[in-house]
Ligand binder design. Structure first.
Ligand code: AP5
Ligand code: ZN
Length: 216
């Protein structure tokens, strides 16, 4: 199955993506993760993307489309794949409609995790991430089983994302909110959209996603 995970910043795309990977073993293509890796390595693309990401703006479509096309072409899609955080504009969705089938990578379902914007601010401001493996936690809702030790890799070093600072979060939410509505319409018209109520516990959200995926 070929999936898109959609949702505003902090809706839980990354959190639910990890659960989907654990059960369905799909290659995970997260544009946010790709940009963060490029920023960390200070590549030309990473440094260019940083100027947008640090302000909470979207990276230009032509850059993002090129990266996703490349990753999709390389991915082992025997079991399918999961796009996380892409597409984020109609231009990106239309690009995917053109290169997806060309690469034999046509989308079967779009999972839209819906969370009210005021909840998202709390989600983003409490998020912390394992510096070693990238696993995501939350200081109120999702701490490691052993305090200060990553569940996934056992390391003890965590950080907060630069773009989770309050001044950036506000603009990120506004930018993504504006971009999200036309995409919801776009995939509703294509009969591909499944909206999940993301305002609940992580495991309850996943129960709904799992049901959708098993029925595909
Ligand atoms: P990206 O990394 O994709 O950021 P985002 O869309 O802002 O999403 P987040 O990663 O912030 O949130 P998430 O939905 O994954 O939530 P998470 O699971 O971590 O992109 C970063 C930037 O790159 C963008 O701003 C943009 O500049 C650029 N970019 C990326 N893709 C692009 C594209 N296609 N085009 C152009 N530019 C692009 O959860 C958040 C927190 O809440 C965590 O602490 C988690 O533990 C907690 N949590 C999760 N679920 C629950 C729950 N149900 N209950 C309570 N807490 C929960
Ligand atoms: Zn870790």
């Amino acid at each position: 199955m070929n999936l898109i995970l959609m949702g505003l910043p902090g809706a839980g795309k990354g959190t639910q993506a990890q659960k989907i990977i654990d059960e369905f073993h799909l290659p995970h293509i997260s544009t946010g993760d790709i940009f963060r890796a490029a920023m960390k390595n200070e590549t030309k693309m990473g440094l260019a993307a940083k100027t947008y990401i640090d302000k909470g703006e979207l990276v230009p479509d032509e850059v993002t489309n090129g990266i996703v096309k490349e990753r999709l072409a390389e991915a082992d899609t025997a079991k399918g794949f999961m796009l996380d955080g892409f597409p984020r504009s109609i231009v990106q969705a239309e690009a995917l409609d053109s290169f997806g089938p060309e690469l034999d990578r046509t989308i079967n379902a779009v999972i839209n995790i819906h969370v009210e914007p005021d909840v998202l601010i709390e989600r983003l401001s409490g998020r912390y991430i394992c510096r070693n493996c990238g696993a995501t936690y939350h200081k109120l809702y999702n701490n490691p089983k052993v305090e200060g030790t990553c569940d996934v890799c056992g390391h003890h070093d965590f950080y907060q994302r630069e773009d989770d600072k309050p001044e950036t979060v506000k603009n990120r939410l506004a930018v993504n909110l504006k971009a999200n509505t036309p995409l919801v319409d776009y995939y509703t018209k294509k009969n591909l959209l499944f909206t999940v109520d993301g305002n609940r516990d992580i495991d309850d959200v996943y129960v709904d996603i799992e049901k959708i995926l098993k029925a595909l």
